[in-house]
Design a protein around this ligand. Structure first.
Ligand code: RB5
Length: 141
């Protein structure tokens, strides 16, 4: 599994911490930016991530902004994206199991790094359950 990361300036440090964690675990990670803390617009980075997942549909995304809300809205305007804003492990687990979410979103101003690590770990470890959930996911698009 390849993981594409995108954020805005508000989540630059949290993105770096999550990238480090997955890299150290040997995962294939791609940082779509930003690459410093200069102010940027989250829709631009949502679009970069949506394009990456369009070209590489088996991969997953991890996205962040200050609240996670703006980048979630932007991501979910793309039909192939199921972006889930999660700040707890249960939500991260269930959005993979039930929604087949292909992007995890977090708000860097709302979550600490240790909790975020647990949320990312839950998201990447849990598989989609399919079955009745597949029918519902199909209806999303
Ligand atoms: C940037 O200041 C902030 O508005 C953005 O990171 C995000 O929280 C928007 O939803």
């Amino acid at each position: 599994m390849r993981y594409y990361f995108a954020s805005d300036h508000a989540a630059f440090d949290l993105k770096a911490a999550m990238l480090d964690m997955l890299k150290q675990q040997g995962h294939d990670v791609v940082d779509l930016g930003p690459y410093d803390t200069s102010s940027v617009d989250y829709p631009d980075y949502a679009d970069k991530l949506a394009q990456a997942l369009s070209a590489d549909p088996q991969a997953q995304g991890i996205a962040m902004c200050g609240t996670g809300i703006g980048i979630s809205i932007a991501l979910n305007r793309h039909k192939h994206i199921r972006a889930a804003l999660c700040h707890d492990v249960t939500g991260a687990r269930l959005t993979r199991a039930h929604n087949d979410a292909n992007v995890l979103v977090m708000g860097a101003r709302l979550i600490g790094a240790e909790t975020a690590k647990d949320v990312v770990t839950a998201f990447i470890e849990v598989a989609f359950e399919g079955g009745r959930h597949q029918r519902r996911v199909d209806k999303l698009s």
